[in-house]
Design a protein around this ligand. Sequence first.
Ligand SMILES: [Fe+2]
Ligand SMILES: [Fe+2]
Length: 262
Amino acid sequence: MLTENRYTAQIAEIIRRDPSLTSRLLRLVNSVYYGLSTPVNSIEEAVFYLGVRQIRQLVTVTPVIEDFQRLTRQCAFPWREFWQHCIGTAILTHEITGAVQAPPDDSDYIAGLVHDVGKIVMASTFPDHFTEIHRQAIQGFRDLTEIENEVLGIDHAELGALYLERHRLSELLVQTARFHHQPEKARSHGHLIASVQIADLLLRSEKMGISGNYLEVTREQCFSASGWKVLFPNTHEAEQAIARASLSHTLELMPQMLEGLV
Ligand SMILES: [Fe+2]
Ligand SMILES: [Fe+2]
């Protein structure tokens, strides 16, 4: 126990040297564990709640988040709302995987967070194409990936996967980016990717945050998404209904959480 405490103290000390990592870590712990009655304010506590594995993931994902922040000024795009979409997806993904079988290390949160990283990559690498895609997407007539494929020849899912691969991030993150619109096609991590798909659709249908895909999503479409079959291949409606009911509580809290986070 003593060694463990010393270990936590050392990690906390290293994290404290990086103010942006510190604030991100505190936000993360307070959003993942938003059920805590008192918010977590110290790094030691955050390390305690998140665990070393999750922190390691956060550190690997830091360059991606930094890209987010740097790029918000380059293209005309509702970046703040987009960031809310990403965090909201992370929170809901965590909730959905919890209804089935949550991974022990909260990697679901990070996967939800970076699922749409391809959009940032697109904005930084092909700003003119990105602007044109957004101009067409905002009309709300067509699906975003269809426009992306037409204008650029690649969509944000594939571009994000390539980017994460190049940064040697985990297979889980790569697969999530690549298949988050078609979880049934993923050969591994199907449950998690299915959860991301559902989280993404729910946020879009509730109009919380802005994903950049302006095509309207109905509640019915959310509940007939292919991800449900991946999550519950052999079960009846009842089990799905329970999972859905538990999500509605989180959805109620969501606007307030997202306002505070971004
Ligand atoms: Fe997407
Ligand atoms: Fe998304």
